[in-house]
Write a protein that binds this ligand. Structure first.
Ligand code: FAD
Length: 228
């Protein structure tokens, strides 16, 4: 059964996948979710949420606001036909005869862009890609030098990585944390394995980057990982 190929290589468990509605290369897990079964700690019973009850959005779901729901199973609706979604720029020029080829290509692209956490501990993308209204985009001429993509509801999606890249921040080291040379959106522990990168370093880098992007583009980036 087909459909999940674009999501190949995203690390994590099935239970966590709906929490931030994992996505990559133009696809997200919510496109395939039929229902999610949870144990509700408040009601002390198992509940079954339909896809619409999960309130999925870009890297968003009801599970981020509901600590009482523990996901115990995820019902997926996959296709019996191989109809890959290849709108994403990196996949546009490829053609595939089966899902195995798609998975291999996605993994190869990811390996080129994302440093292996075993070599450089990292969290994947640190900021979400900003989504703004058409009016906000039209008014802000600084954004016109960036790539823009049509999103749902006529909104515009921008690339947080491109903003950091255009500001010359790729490879920058801030305290013990750095922006990967491969991909500016990925913050890596640059002192591994000999030094310690603390949560304070991460917070410092986050604030520094938020200010830089806000000053230059008038956009407030939103963090993707959660501080515990
Ligand atoms: C190198 C790298 C690359 C990445 N690339 C991507 C990417 O391309 N796209 C993307 O979307 N993400 C990406 N991520 C982020 C990560 O893969 C996802 O957030 C993934 O879902 C995390 O899974 P986990 O099992 O480690 O969850 P955790 O990080 O342990 O948990 C994430 C959250 O979900 C909650 N949770 C976990 N399991 C359950 C459950 N069963 N029930 C209820 N809540 C639960 C936790 O409490 C926590 O709040 C990347 C991360 C890394 C390190």
């Amino acid at each position: 059964m087909f459909g999940l190929g674009n999501l190949a290589g995203i690390p994590g468990t099935v239970g966590a996948a709906p929490v931030q509605n994992i996505g990559a290369y133009g696809e997200e897990i919510s496109s395939f979710i039929d229902h999610v079964e949870c144990f509700d700690l408040d009601a002390n019973k198992q509940v079954k949420l339909t896809k619409s009850e999960c309130k999925f959005g870009y890297r968003k779901s009801i599970f981020q606001e509901s600590d009482n729901l523990i996901i115990v199973s995820v019902g997926l609706s996959l296709s019996k036909k191989f109809e890959p979604k290849l709108d994403y720029q990196d996949l546009k020029d490829h053609s595939f005869t089966d899902e195995g080829e798609l998975v291999e290509t996605v993994r190869n692209i990811r390996n080129k862009k994302i440093p292996d956490p075993k070599d450089f501990p990292n969290l994947g993308s640190f900021f979400k890609n900003p989504i703004i209204t058409k009016e906000e985009y039209e008014k802000n001429s600084k954004l016109h030098e960036l790539k823009s993509y049509d999103s749902d509801n006529g909104e515009i999606k921008l690339s947080a990585g491109e903003m950091l890249d255009k500001l010359g921040l790729k490879g920058l080291q801030l305290k013990n944390i750095g922006l990967s040379n491969k991909h500016a959106l990925i913050l890596i522990n640059c002192v591994y394995p000999n030094g310690i990168c603390t949560a304070k370093d991460v917070k410092y880098a986050e604030n520094y980057l938020l200010n830089k992007v806000s000053d230059s583009y008038g956009i407030t980036l939103e963090r993707e990982p959660i501080y515990l």
